[in-house]
Design a protein around this ligand. Structure first.
Ligand code: ADP
Ligand code: MG
Length: 232
């Protein structure tokens, strides 16, 4: 479970996130939806412990700042960061060892295959395309076998096959009880895989929905109504 309480973050005079509250229960996919600049990445970076912020963040009932909590979550940043001198395989091994992950070789091989990275395992970090870096970043996060996973605009830069696999992996993780938070500015990217959605604008959550509440209603229309038709 992921709990965000009264989260605020300013960059200088710019209030990027303003008193945000939300919860994503175990085994659910939560979506942060909003245009560029809404504050999505700032929230995710705060959860990941990369920013100073005001408010509280709980992971499985523990403060996100504790080592115990940090062991349980994985973070896929908006812009992948690679170690230039490590191969794809070494990136994954590094994370696997650091987190003392229980993932098996067979499970890892299956993941590499799904994301079409089997034959890229010996490539160095700086020999990869942006999309491949994104895939390594996703594979490293999955290799931890996290209880909570944060994905910041994860579909951007991925090819259609990888987008399809990622969506399937998200649904599988959810069914295993993992808590998932995905940010996106494109609703169609998360269609059919979300359980709770938080619509953001200018640092605030302007609407929260569960899948049941929305039912057959057209989310695109709801989104347009809320944001006055402005979308990026
Ligand atoms: P989103 O991920 O929804 O596109 P961000 O969280 O990246 O939004 O940005 C929210 C606001 O904070 C924007 O106004 C952005 O310009 C500002 N911002 C983000 N990161 C920084 C930073 N490192 N320094 C200063 N301002 C920032
Ligand atoms: Mg962002």
């Amino acid at each position: 479970m992921l709990e965000i309480q009264n989260l605020s973050k300013s960059y200088g005079k710019n209030l990027a996130v303003d008193q945000v509250n939300f919860t994503v229960p175990d085994g659910m996919v939560g979506i942060l939806l909003g245009p560029n600049g809404a504050g999505k990445s700032t929230i995710i970076k705060s959860i990941a412990g990369l920013l100073r912020y005001k408010g509280g963040i709980g992971i499985q009932g523990m403060s996100s700042k504790t080592l115990e909590a940090k062991k349980l979550f994985a973070y896929v940043p908006e812009i992948p960061a690679m170690f230039e001198a490590l191969t794809v395989k070494e990136h994954i091994e590094f994370v696997r060892k650091a987190y003392q992950s229980t993932i098996t070789d067979a499970e890892l091989q299956a993941l590499l295959k799904r994301f079409e990275m089997e034959d890229k395992q010996d490539k160095l970090g700086n020999e990869l395309s942006k999309g491949m870096m994104q895939k390594v970043s996703i594979l490293c996060a999955l290799a931890i076998k996290p209880k909570v996973i944060l994905l910041d605009e994860p579909m951007v830069g991925l090819d259609p096959k990888a987008i399809k696999e990622l969506k399937e992996v998200v649904v599988e993780l959810r069914d295993q009880g993992t808590t998932i938070l995905i940010s996106t500015h494109m609703l169609e990217m998360v269609e059919g895989i979300w359980d709770v959605m938080f619509v953001m604008e200018k640092g605030k959550i302007i609407g929260s929905y569960t899948k049941e509440q929305v039912g057959d209603k057209d989310l695109d229309e709801l989104f347009f109504e809320m944001t006055g038709g402005e979308r990026s």
